[in-house]
Design a protein. Structure first.
Length: 280
């Protein structure tokens, strides 16, 4: 169950990133982000009202409020670093390194939670992480500029630490942790949009795709949070980090972007890793 939830989380994340990336080429990324975060928050509140999760414990041990707020702030900082890094034009540096964010919750699971994997599962997890890295199309060069490298590391740090807080909050209520996370990012986005006083030209006709991005991103976070409570934390985070593969495949299929040899190797390695994890 945890494996399927984490893989579906990756699929939703990868698809949302693909569509969000397309929109961000035409409209300001901060506008796309702000609107989709608001939609995600509304979607989460609806789910909480239906499921009655508002009664979940907010504070203290097992509370969702603090972990959700930290996850929101850190995830948003990660996004800022990611967009700033991508704006330098070194996508081959920024995307793969930022995608290594799963290493932080894996380290948390190993050193803090005491999670241990068998040798065969460790091989599967390593293949999956390596595959996601290679599928992002890493730019292999000796003269990598320091700015995109630092921003990529900042993005990985923000995303990875946010994932840790998602896992912590999900022990109490995965849904309310996501609602709190989205509420935090929504108010941050609202402040930024108020400062610039613009929605970047986004029109009502874009509502369907914006709704999809907002809901898909929220569900991706929610499913990964649930996955951490249903199985091994390390494996859930590793499988949840495979989203760059889905983004690359969608770009290949619909935007006719050419996949490089290293990306094919990465996809094959990730598939092998998932097969090993699923089998054992």
């Amino acid at each position: 169950m945890a494996t399927l939830l984490a893989l579906f989380s990756s699929l939703l994340w990868g698809t949302a990133d693909y569509h969000g990336g397309k929109l961000s080429k035409k409209y300001p990324a901060i506008a796309v982000l702000g609107v989709t975060q608001a939609i995600g928050l509304a979607f989460g509140i609806i789910l909480a009202l239906i499921g009655g999760d508002f009664s979940a414990k907010a504070f203290g041990d097992g509370g969702y409020f603090i972990p959700g707020a930290f996850a929101g702030v850190l995830g948003y900082l990660g996004l800022i670093c990611l967009y700033a890094g991508l704006s330098t034009g070194r996508m081959g540096v920024v995307s793969p390194i930022s995608g290594l964010s799963a290493l932080i919750p894996v380290a948390y699971a190993f050193f803090i939670k005491g999670d241990r994997l068998s040798l065969i599962l460790s091989i599967g997890a390593t293949l999956a992480i390596l595959g996601a890295f290679l599928a992002s199309g890493p730019e292999l060069a000796k003269d990598i500029p320091i700015k995109p490298l630092i921003l990529a590391l900042g993005a990985a740090g923000g995303f990875g630490t946010a994932l840790v807080f998602i896992a912590i909050g999900s022990q109490g209520s995965a849904l309310m942790t996501m609602v709190m996370m989205r509420a935090t990012t929504f108010f941050v986005s609202l402040g930024i949009l108020a400062k610039y006083r613009t929605f970047g030209g986004l029109s009502f006709k874009l509502s369907p795709i914006l709704i999809f991005i907002g809901c898909a991103d929220f569900l991706a976070n929610l499913l990964l949070g649930v996955a951490t409570t249903k199985g091994n934390l390390t494996l859930a985070m590793v499988l949840g980090a495979l989203y760059p593969i889905f983004t690359a495949l969608l770009a290949f299929q619909f935007l006719h972007e050419r996949l490089h040899k290293v990306q094919y190797i990465g996809i094959a390695a990730a598939v092998a890793g998932v097969a090993i994890i699923s089998a054992f």
